[in-house]
Design a binder for this molecule. Structure first.
Ligand code: GDP
Ligand code: MG
Length: 295
């Protein structure tokens, strides 16, 4: 029996449908808590086991944000994830924007094979528009494949899996075949909140922020969950920026994070965000480990 597996770095700007695609490919919400695996090389978003094939989808933090929001460490973890990947899966909608330009440069640097997925083709009124979109992307890079899909309507996913399987490598599977993710629900939820914060803030805030879930109450019958999350920053000024004028920024972060949590976990969540200033928390080992950012 010839088992194959491979690491697939999934990249693309926010809202192109990466989460929807992963859930569609794996066939369930990546909400199941699994025992931790040993590797901490990068963040694993989802694992798809199909026959002899194991597809390990890895997230590339930092690749999704505009360049000015990138810090050195995020930069590094993004390039590390690319370095360890066997193939890049780049998800775009039908437009090419500034964020895509940043991604394109990284993709070229990596010298890895790239499968370009043009998502949301269900939104095109005339299917012949797909050709125009494909041609516009063809000019940018020598992609190993370009596949138009609809993650939402699950069209052309088999073609995509076939294309990905060409890049899997012969050998034993990296993870047990019943694993779908290596993250706990709690860590995934706080990461979603942190991701929204990173998206809406610039400069020093991304590196000065930590998110932890304070309480999590699940109502089995109603399938609702009350979540209180604590956001820690280092300075009063950062707290101000994060909260924004009349609390607008924090409200937006909370509302988008809530929607994404609902979407991913198939829940109805009431999310309350609290912001607390803790001076220099990053240099305090006790705090760092308490907030889950230790080793
Ligand atoms: P991400 O930020 O890249 O992970 O994007 P999401 O998976 O959260 O999707 C962003 C939005 O696009 C959501 O409202 C999805 O329902 C929607 N979406 C994702 N895939 C498709 C698709 O194939 N067609 C349409 N029409 N909408 C989609
Ligand atoms: Mg997402």
């Amino acid at each position: 029996m010839a088992t194959k597996s491979g690491f697939i770095a999934i990249i693309g700007k926010p809202n192109v449908g990466k989460s929807t695609l992963i859930n569609a490919l794996i066939g369930k919400k990546i909400a199941i808590t699994s025992p931790k695996v040993q590797t901490t090389r990068f963040r694993i978003t989802g694992i798809l086991n199909e026959g002899d094939n194991q597809f390990v989808f890895i997230d590339t933090p930092g690749m999704h944000k505009p360049y000015h929001g990138l810090g050195k460490s995020m930069d590094k973890s993004a390039s590390d994830a690319l370095m360890d990947a066997d193939v890049i899966l780049w998800v775009v909608d039908q437009t090419f924007r500034r964020t895509d330009q940043v991604i394109l440069e990284r993709v070229k640097q990596s010298q890895l094979p790239v499968i370009l997925v043009i998502n949301k083709i269900d939104t095109l009124e005339n299917k012949s528009e797909i050709d125009k979109v494909i041609i516009s992307f063809l000019k940018l890079h020598e992609f190993s494949e370009i596949i138009p899909i609809s993650a939402m309507e699950q069209t052309h996913l088999i073609q995509l899996k076939n294309a990905l399987s060409n890049h899997l490598v012969l050998g034993p599977h990296y993870y047990p075949d019943d694993y779908v993710t290596d993250q706990t629900d709690e860590s995934r939820m706080s990461e979603i909140i942190r991701e929204r914060i990173l998206f809406y803030t610039e400069q020093e805030i991304p590196h000065s922020v930590a998110v932890m879930l304070e309480s999590l109450k699940y109502n089995e019958a109603q399938k609702t969950m009350d979540i209180d999350a604590l956001i820690i920053v280092e300075r009063d000024s950062q707290k101000g920026i994060l909260i924004g004028k009349k609390g607008e920024k924090l409200k937006r972060i909370g509302s988008e994070a809530r929607k994404e949590i609902n979407h991913i976990f198939d829940l109805k969540v009431h999310l309350t965000l609290w912001v607390k200033v803790k001076k220099d928390w990053r240099n305090d080992p006790t705090t760092v480990s308490r907030y889950g950012y230790g080793k």
